[in-house]
Write a protein that binds this ligand. Structure first.
Ligand SMILES: CC(=O)N[C@H]1[C@@H](OP(=O)(O)OP(=O)(O)OC[C@H]2O[C@@H](n3ccc(=O)[nH]c3=O)[C@H](O)[C@@H]2O)O[C@H](CO)[C@@H](O)[C@@H]1O[C@H](C)C(=O)N[C@@H](C)C(=O)N[C@H](CCC(=O)O)C(=O)O
Ligand SMILES: Nc1ncnc2c1ncn2[C@@H]1O[C@H](COP(=O)(O)OP(=O)(O)OP(=O)(O)O)[C@@H](O)[C@H]1O
Ligand SMILES: N[C@H](CCC[C@H](N)C(=O)O)C(=O)O
Ligand SMILES: [Mg+2]
Length: 501
């Protein structure tokens, strides 16, 4: 695409336009991905500043530099085009949408946000939409799926440029609908700016990521931005509506504020979509789903009340999009697993091992309270708290784990630049607060593999070992290194070793 079509060049501060007919061969916000003829966005980040990599981008062939630092008033390289903007990330969202020709205008776009259950709801919803007969793209924490191609992503919600590129390749493959998981960072940092969302759901809302948002109000208003984006969507090719969890006090506040048809889901019969006659099992759930468009009996392969909520959230999105109840039930039943969420590890041992992505008190409370109710044996939980994440979260996680577990083993979960011992001790404070006398077996074992091994050596027939927090992650991030670690693989290996010894 030529430069003049991407920018209204009269609008900007400093600019050195070499040729407004210049053909831009691609866009990048990371200098390491720049190729000849690219436009490079220099983003001031949290760890470093993209302005420091302009030289690198130029060496790799960048033809245009979009930057914001006013200190660079006379860019040294006159042979490149330089454009100074107020906010590079915001500009990147606009320009990327333009570069890829606004793929979301040609698609039906479903946005899923909330504190917990986003990824699971996305998987349910995508399966329903596909079972209704139309291919559906997916962008979530563990995976981005474009037809037969599956990619791992670094972030739940990627940068605007990556999202637009991904939607464009969906469209090129004839995929005209997509489910996008939208994180609070994605909303606050404008990663989703420029997208046309047709419908949105908020799964639930409790305080999270306060290391970034600083206050619940900021977190809440970031989440609400997704609803505002549906309201502001001028495309109007599909009915626009909003779905919220009617059992969640914070979500309910949105109902009165929304200018669009807003429907609720939940367990209470006052909700537009709700569940009845729920029968919980340790490996599945049976229930009747009631909707204004009819009722369906459903058997979910995923256990627990939180799975019911996620299935109801997806059902509400699908039903109000016009999908028949029968197809909804089929899609829910076809969702056999969500990667790293409630994955059972079985090597023939006489206790149960579950790998799960619960990484805040709310997720731990939902999963562990269910386990405690369902099993007669001891509950042994191995968990850690992420480094460089809200420190106040840690004792709350510790307290919740201790409330429902007989033995708590605190370990590391991506220490990042923090001291893992200190992080673990923060969590231990919560354990001690809950249990006046911390059981002797509860302890800190910083090496995660060793912690899992210790849990297995304490487990007896009928117990449950719950490995929380890393789900499908394949790494452990330390200040100076990233090591390979996957809870499922490690657990399976250790269980097999036990079998052969
Ligand atoms: C705190 C945060 O949000 N960080 C994100 C942010 O990084 P940053 O601002 O720190 O970027 P930076 O490292 O300072 O670099 C600044 C710029 O220099 C560029 N650079 C850097 C090095 C180089 O050689 N050349 C170069 O051009 C970088 O590409 C970047 O554009 O921008 C990066 C690029 O998009 C993200 O990958 C990164 O996410 C990190 C991995 C992260 O941990 N993010 C978490 C907090 C996050 O965003 N989580 C949410 C929610 C998760 C959930 O609960 O589901 C998510 O959506 O994933
Ligand atoms: N509706 C829910 N309510 C409470 N906890 C839930 C709910 N759904 C899932 N969980 C818990 O949260 C964990 C993460 O679930 P999921 O990945 O679906 O959420 P997410 O919102 O996508 O998380 P993230 O913010 O990390 O992307 C699950 O493994 C489970 O422990
Ligand atoms: N994506 C979320 C969850 C990560 C969970 C846990 N494994 C951690 O690293 O804190 C985050 O970055 O906060
Ligand atoms: Mg997720």
């Amino acid at each position: 695409m030529i430069l003049k079509k991407l920018f209204n060049l009269n609008e900007y501060g400093y600019k050195n336009i070499v040729d407004d007919q210049l053909k831009i061969s691609g866009l990048a916000f990371d200098s390491r991905l720049v190729r000849p003829g690219y436009l490079f966005f220099a983003i001031p980040g949290i760890n470093t500043d993209g302005h420091l990599y302009i030289e690198d981008a130029i060496k790799r062939g960048a033809a245009v530099i979009v930057y914001s630092d006013p200190e660079i008033s006379f860019p040294p390289h006159r042979e490149q085009t330089w454009i100074r903007v107020v906010d590079v990330r915001k500009t990147m969202a606009q320009i990327s949408a333009q570069f890829y020709d606004h793929p979301s205008r040609e698609m039906r776009l479903f946005g899923v946000t909330g504190t917990n259950g986003k990824t699971s709801t996305c998987f349910f919803l995508r399966n329903i939409l596909e079972d209704d007969g139309h291919a559906c793209g997916l962008m979530t924490t563990p995976k981005n799926i474009i037809g037969p191609d599956v990619y791992e992503a670094i972030n739940t919600t990627e940068e605007s440029l990556q999202i637009q590129a991904c939607l464009k390749s969906m469209l090129n493959k004839g995929i005209r609908q997509a489910v996008l998981e939208v994180s609070s960072h994605g909303l606050a940092l404008g990663r989703v700016d420029g997208l046309f969302f047709d419908a949105a759901v908020i799964t639930n809302l409790v305080a999270e990521h306060l290391e970034f948002h600083k206050s619940f109000e900021h977190y809440f208003s970031s989440k609400k931005k997704l609803i505002e984006m549906v309201e502001q969507n001028t495309k109007k090719s599909y009915p626009r509506f909003v779905i919220v969890n009617g059992d969640d006090e914070n979500c309910r506040k949105i109902i009165t504020e929304s200018h669009l048809p807003t429907f609720t889901f939940g367990l209470r019969p006052e909700n537009d979509v709700f569940a009845e006659d729920i029968e919980y099992f340790v490996d599945r759930t049976e229930m009747k789903i009631k909707t204004p468009k009819g009722n369906e009996s459903v058997q979910l392969s995923l256990p627990g009340q939180h799975a019911v909520y996620n299935a109801l959230a997806a059902t509400a999105m699908a039903i109000f999009s016009g999908i028949e109840g029968e197809k909804v039930a089929q899609g829910l039943e076809h969702t056999h697993r969500v990667p790293g969420r409630w994955e059972v590890v079985n090597a023939g041992q006489d206790f149960m091992v579950i790998v799960d992505f619960a990484h805040n008190w709310h997720g731990l409370d939902s999963t562990l309270s269910f386990i405690k109710k369902m099993v007669r044996g001891k509950v042994i939980t191995v968990f850690g708290c992420g480094g460089e994440r809200d420190r106040n979260k840690r004792p709350m996680m510790g307290e919740t784990v201790a409330r429902w577990s007989d033995i708590c083993i605190i370990t590391s979960d991506n220490p990042r630049h923090e001291d893992p011992r200190q992080t673990a001790e923060d969590a231990m404070q919560g354990v001690s607060k809950c249990k006046k006398e911390v059981p002797v077996e509860s302890c800190i074992i910083l090496d995660r593999r060793e912690a899992i091994s210790q849990a297995f050596s304490l487990a007896q027939a009928g117990d449950v070992v719950f490995l929380a927090g890393k789900g499908p992650e394949r790494y452990q991030v330390y200040h100076d290194r990233i090591i390979c670690h996957n809870d499922y693989d490690v657990a399976l290996e250790l269980l097999k070793e036990r079998n052969s010894s």
